[in-house]
Design a protein around this ligand. Structure first.
Ligand SMILES: NC(=O)c1ccc[n+]([C@@H]2O[C@H](COP(=O)([O-])OP(=O)(O)OC[C@H]3O[C@@H](n4cnc5c(N)ncnc54)[C@H](OP(=O)(O)O)[C@@H]3O)[C@@H](O)[C@H]2O)c1
Length: 227
């Protein structure tokens, strides 16, 4: 099976949390880091998020910088990367920013839990709906299909459940972390990799590529995944 080159990017507190216990998508990154993420988006063919992030945060996932959008245009690309959502039961609101903001393809990877009516409804908005399984999205088959759809590089922007599943299925090549000098605490706050944990002997190993300190005391940690 083929798959795209996959990079996970997260903004995380010093205690490993990617949101507060409220799980509504709180601000963690700095302005300087947002510019880095904008550039990273512009270098990828697609940006992917998990279903809970889609529903609770409704991210636009578009490129903010007009210069970066124009640059993609001169490279013969759509000005925004394709948006990909991974969601077992796709019950998105009609007003969803994920669906409507920014002119680009929107692909929802879902399962047969999403009813034919709901699929037709989403398709009426121009959303491409792909089914990969009965109850949960089969991630290796999804990646193979996205690769066949011409997607060579994907940036995954959370959340913790999707990140963890992709890492554990050995579908991730790089992890980039903006580490913020803050602590959110709490056993219910999401982390970089949630879901069911691994034993020590099954731990995923990383190779450090670089770390950069930003002006607000945040640090960018860049790892390669040893698959
Ligand atoms: N700081 C950051 O960089 C950042 C970025 C993004 C999100 N976040 C935060 O992360 C939190 C959301 O994360 P989350 O862990 O709750 O959810 P998530 O990772 O956003 O979403 C997981 C979704 O994927 C679906 N799914 C379908 N097939 C799957 C599979 N094979 N493996 C895994 N998931 C599959 C799940 O559906 P079912 O479980 O229904 O089957 C669920 O809807 C929010 O608090 C958000 O703000 C932080």
């Amino acid at each position: 099976m083929n798959r795209p080159y996959v990079t996970i990017n997260v903004a995380m507190t010093a205690d490993g949390k990617i949101d507060t216990y409220e799980r509504q998508g709180t601000k963690i990154s700095s302005e300087q880091d947002w510019e880095r993420v904008d550039k990273l988006r512009s270098e990828n063919d697609a940006v992917m998020v998990g279903g809970n992030t889609l529903i609770n945060e409704d991210p636009k996932l578009t490129i903010k910088s007009p210069t970066l959008r124009a640059d993609r245009g001169t490279r013969g690309l759509n000005e925004n990367p394709i948006k990909v959502g991974v969601i077992s039961n796709a019950s998105l609101l009609e007003s969803s920013r994920f669906i409507h903001e920014g002119a680009t393809r929107v692909i929802l990877c879902t399962t047969h839990q999403t009813s034919p009516n709901q699929i037709r409804h989403l398709q009426n908005f121009g959303v491409e709906v792909l089914c990969f399984g009965e109850t949960r999205v089969n991630l290796p088959i999804m990646m193979d299909s996205l690769s066949k759809n011409g997607i060579s590089r994907i940036l995954v922007e959370g959340g913790g459940t999707l990140n963890s599943a992709l890492i554990q299925e050995k579908l991730v090549d790089e992890i980039i972390i903006y580490l913020s000098p803050m602590i959110f605490a709490g056993g219910n706050s999401p982390t970089l990799a949630d879901g069911f944990g691994l034993s020590r002997e099954d731990a995923i190993h990383l190779k450090s590529v670089s770390f950069v300190q930003l002006e607000n005391d945040g640090v960018i940690l860049h790892y390669q995944v040893i698959n």
